[in-house]
Design a protein around this ligand. Structure first.
Ligand SMILES: CC(C)(COP(=O)(O)OP(=O)(O)OC[C@H]1O[C@@H](n2cnc3c(N)ncnc32)[C@H](O)[C@@H]1OP(=O)(O)O)[C@@H](O)C(=O)NCCC(=O)NCCS
Length: 217
């Protein structure tokens, strides 16, 4: 399962119309996030586009080059991604790790058991997002969803979640759960938005079977 989308961190350009070998770019809504660029021939001229300005084909080519650099792809995670993924996790606040389950060996064990339900978002050479998910034959569990700080609010986590949830559904799983710290405002807002309700009637209990060191970011 893969997905592609354009990311324009500071673009105000959502639309352009090629006219006479040049192009009119209109800042459609001034949004900080653009998820697409539409090129059409024969659109309105600059005079009819109050917020537009004329650019040369050279500039248009540069924009297309930047767009190309900014696109990301969702793909299944492998253990070769570990170092980049771990660095990404450590850069994110409000997450909980430990020295065993999140070591290279721990993640290798997890990926062996759940080979098709963990995903990364890749942008060029960089990993900008990750989600681990797996199941025990009955319930799906999601762990460690994270997106690089400068790539947030562009739908990357949503796409990672969609990939994880559809891969779990494809394995016959009917319900998915996760844990998130109370203090994690962004995390809880994201899960609420995606329909993950909280259970007030439950107490989460667990017991460590071996000694481990917590790593709270
Ligand atoms: C939580 C996190 C994964 C969201 O990643 P993201 O790629 O920015 O999320 P998306 O762009 O897909 O957001 C989808 C929706 O979730 C909600 N949301 C996401 N981040 C939010 C925030 N900081 N505040 C409020 N709502 C937020 C919004 O409704 C958003 O839609 P919108 O941008 O159209 O308003 C990211 O903030 C992160 O990596 N945080 C640190 C790690 C973490 O807390 N992980 C979750 C713990 S289990």
């Amino acid at each position: 399962m893969t997905g592609r989308r354009w990311i324009l961190p500071d673009a105000k350009i959502l639309r352009s119309d090629a006219v006479d070998g040049s192009a009119n770019f209109g800042a459609v809504d001034g949004s900080a996030t653009a998820i697409g660029i539409e090129l059409c021939v024969g659109g309105p001229r600059a005079s009819e586009c109050p917020d537009g300005y004329r650019v040369t084909m050279e500039i248009l080519e540069k924009v297309m080059e930047l767009l190309d650099l900014a696109k990301f792809e969702i793909r299944v995670m492998t253990i070769d991604d570990y170092e980049k993924v771990y660095a990404l996790w450590m850069s994110c606040k409000n997450m909980g790790f430990n020295n065993l389950d999140d070591s290279r060996e721990g993640i290798a064990k997890y990926l062996m058991r759940n080979p098709s339900t963990c995903f990364v978002a890749e942008q060029g050479e960089n990993i900008v997002g990750v989600i681990l998910s797996g199941h025990d034959g009955r319930r799906g569990l999601i762990h460690h969803l994270a997106v690089a700080e400068d790539c947030r609010r562009q739908g990357i986590a949503t796409e990672l979640l969609e990939s994880a949830v559809s891969s779990l559904a494809a394995e016959g799983i009917n319900k998915v759960a996760l844990l998130v710290f109370n203090r994690n405002g962004a995390g809880n807002a994201f899960w609420e938005k995606n329909g993950f309700t909280s259970r007030e009637d439950l107490i989460y209990r667990n017991k460590a079977l071996v000694e481990m060191v917590r790593i709270d970011t």
